[in-house]
Design a protein around this ligand. Structure first.
Ligand code: AMP
Ligand code: MN
Ligand code: MN
Ligand code: MN
Length: 291
């Protein structure tokens, strides 16, 4: 008997945050890419989950409700993904609401700062791209590209939105233990997202991982579109050392990053225990109240 292994993509975005496709379109696209199991992990919101879940059901695709929570750890922003969360969890929703409150304030601040540096109407422009969903730096980036102020989204970040650039505002996100706590009270599993992207020294990354484990975190993204082969091996080593399950995801946002595809990335290095082999994964998430 020959078994095909399932294709998992456990990190993706929709228009509920800074992705380009609505949840239904995203799920359809995942189906076309032969993804068998898809997690929607929008930034600081679960607003896309109901639509994605319904689309997945009608396509015979397994859907994992998720979220990607913005965290401030030692003055740096890190992202913690939650998988198999119940979006009706009050504690989780209250936490995410606070983060969205910060996003609203920060957007105004970014708008003011850009205005001062000669970029007009950036807040209105970003809001138009966000179309009523929460506002992210990606929305500002789309507007600045439209205005011809940078050649693409990446270029906007480099010129305007990162530290020491005119539109930079420091993050004031959740604490690590809060984010992991919210995910756990929603019945989910916490995952350190794209660990190599933080450009931390090995010592600092180990500190992040050990803090995370202490808070009750269980998984680490070993495979991500933003990881090189070497980085996958390093993260696989950390997964083993700290007894973490391994996760994989494209972090797909849409066609503006043409090198990122849903469900298309490297296999785990040898010796990883995939998150879908964890006990928690075997009990399907019962979503009681849809929102
Ligand atoms: P925010 O959570 O609003 O601060 O925005 C963070 C999002 O911006 C990330 O999730 C990425 O999608 C995007 N982003 C961050 N840095 C870059 C970059 N250098 N180039 C392109 N997109 C980026
Ligand atoms: Mn994003
Ligand atoms: Mn992220
Ligand atoms: Mn992401």
């Amino acid at each position: 008997m020959f078994f095909m292994s399932l294709k998992y993509d456990l990190h993706s975005h929709s228009t509920a945050s800074d992705g380009s496709w609505c949840p239904e379109e995203l799920v359809k696209m995942a189906g076309r890419q032969q993804v068998d199991v898809l997690a929607l992990t929008d930034h600081d919101t679960t607003a896309g989950i109901t639509e994605a879940m319904q689309a997945a059901a009608s396509q015979g695709l397994k859907f994992i409700p998720g979220v990607e929570i913005s965290v401030s750890w030692r003055k740096q922003t890190v992202h913690i993904v939650g998988l198999n969360i119940d979006p009706s969890c009050k504690l989780l929703q209250q936490g995410l609401e606070k983060l969205r409150g910060f996003r609203d304030w920060r957007a105004e601040e970014i708008g003011r700062k850009l205005e001062k540096s000669g970029v007009n109407n950036a807040l209105e422009g970003a809001r138009a791209y966000a179309k009523g969903s929460l506002i992210t730096r990606t929305h500002f980036a789309h507007y600045l590209v439209e205005k011809g102020l940078a050649k693409d989204v990446r270029d906007v970040f480099k010129k305007f939105l990162i530290r020491n650039k005119p539109g930079h505002v420091a993050g004031q996100w959740a604490d690590l233990d809060q984010a992991v706590g919210w995910i756990r009270s929603a019945g989910g599993q916490a995952v350190i997202a794209h660990p190599a992207r933080y450009r931390m020294t090995s010592t600092k990354l180990k500190k992040l991982i050990s803090d995370f484990v202490e808070c009750g975190g269980e998984c680490i993204e070993v495979v991500s579109s933003s990881h090189s082969r070497d980085e996958r091996h390093i993260m696989a080593g950390f997964a083993r050392t700290y007894g973490l399950h391994a996760s994989c995801g494209s972090d797909y946002h849409g066609p503006e990053n043409p090198w990122v595809h849903l469900g298309k990335f490297a296999d785990f290095p040898e010796g990883c225990t995939p998150v879908w082999e964890s006990e928690r994964w075997k009990a399907p998430t019962e979503i009681s109240v849809l929102r």
